[in-house]
Design a protein around this ligand. Structure first.
Ligand code: HMG
Ligand code: MG
Length: 307
């Protein structure tokens, strides 16, 4: 049984961080970033996405990057990847077959609580996206891979404005009923306040009791915050107060979904792991993050993305 004070951290910098960069980072540099983040002792690294390279050219090298990591001698934490459909799932399974092991140890499907965002991000309505996920979840489970179910725009949508917590709660319920092992609530544009975070989590916890109990819950609940207005640390603290023990962040605060950008306003970065670490410490909780290695990883992330 994990300690009730322990907080689990997923670094999403190579995926969410690099997908929004105007320049494409060379694959060996991405592998170096994964190594640096691994040295900081995170629990999981979301390495890349098996999505269309026409939509996200920056991550068109997902398979190549995993192939490099498969030859890594140093131990790596759990590695995961986004898969939007069957085609992405086949590509992820091919990586594991070439590696001869479950190098990709978890996959993530991604839905949205906003119809407009869903259309813009994955060219599907919310209902169509759920249909696409059915065979993906089945294939993942057939290969003993857990599935993370992201929900974007859990507080607000860049196109539709505020999103009702009830909509997020019912979509969480749907995804859990479809068999996802984890719900990851994405505040895509960093609109959350501690108060809206509380209202959201109360709604999700009420609809999905199996998400209650932090790292001991039957299914994992993760919060994925973007730090647009500098409130993400306060929102993370509020979530910890309400029992959430799993968070996404990015070294150096990289990140942002390109389909969440609006003209003249680039989508903001993920909460930095340094800010998360501070929020965890001030909440009286703990992580296994190593500060010195975290500093090195953040310096590398910043240098790789400097214009
Ligand atoms: P589509 O155009 O509707 O798909 O895109 P399609 O089935 O009509 O196929 C079109 C082309 O894409 C075809 O190629 C397919 O083969 C190819 P063509 O015949 O034109 O050469 N294709 C693929 N190629 C590689 N891998 C695949 C794949 N599927 C089809 N898996 C699709 C639908 C979902 C593919 C597209 O919309 C897409 O790739 N979207 C990705 C968007 C994305 O990655 N967004 C960022 C991640 S979400 C996010 O950042 C939010 C999050 O961080 C949480 C938060 O902050 O809220 C997770
Ligand atoms: Mg994101």
């Amino acid at each position: 049984m994990p300690s009730p004070t322990l907080v689990r951290i997923t670094d999403v910098s190579p995926r969410d961080g690099l997908q929004n960069e105007s320049r494409t980072v060379p694959t060996p540099d991405k592998a170096a970033l994964v190594r640096a983040v691994a040295a900081a002792n995170v629990d999981e690294i979301e390495v890349s996405s098996f999505v269309s390279a026409k939509w996200i050219p920056q991550l068109g090298d997902a398979a190549e990057l995993f192939d490099i990591l498969s030859r890594e001698a140093a131990p790596l934490p759990l590695l995961s990847a986004l898969v939007p459909n069957d085609k992405g799932m086949i590509a992820a399974l091919d990586v594991n077959q070439r590696a001869g092991r479950a190098l990709i140890g978890k996959v993530a499907v991604f839905a949205a609580a906003s119809e407009t965002f869903s259309k813009k991000n994955i060219n599907a309505s919310i209902a169509e996206s759920l249909e696409r996920f059915v065979p993906v979840i089945a294939a993942a489970h057939q290969h003993a891979l857990p599935v993370r179910g992201y929900i974007s725009c859990v507080i607000a949508c860049p196109f539709e404005g505020p999103i009702a917590p009830a909509a997020v709660a019912s979509l969480s319920r749907r995804l859990l009923d479809m068999g996802v092992d984890e719900i990851d609530l994405g505040d895509t544009i960093g609109a959350a306040t501690p108060q809206t975070t509380r209202v959201l989590l109360d709604a999700v916890h009420a609809a999905c009791p199996e998400l209650q109990g932090g790292l001991s819950a039957q299914r994992l609940l993760t919060l994925h915050l973007h730090d647009t207005f500098g409130r993400a640390g306060a929102c993370a603290s509020e979530a910890m107060r309400l029992g959430v023990r799993s968070f996404d962040g990015a070294v150096g605060g990289l990140g942002g979904c390109p389909y969440a950008s609006t003209p003249g306003h680039r989508a903001p970065g993920n909460i930095s792991l340094h800010a998360l670490r501070d929020a965890i410490a001030s909440s009286g909780l703990t992580t296994q993050l190593q500060l010195k290695a975290l500093d090195n990883a953040a310096t590398l992330a910043t240098s790789l993305t400097r214009e």
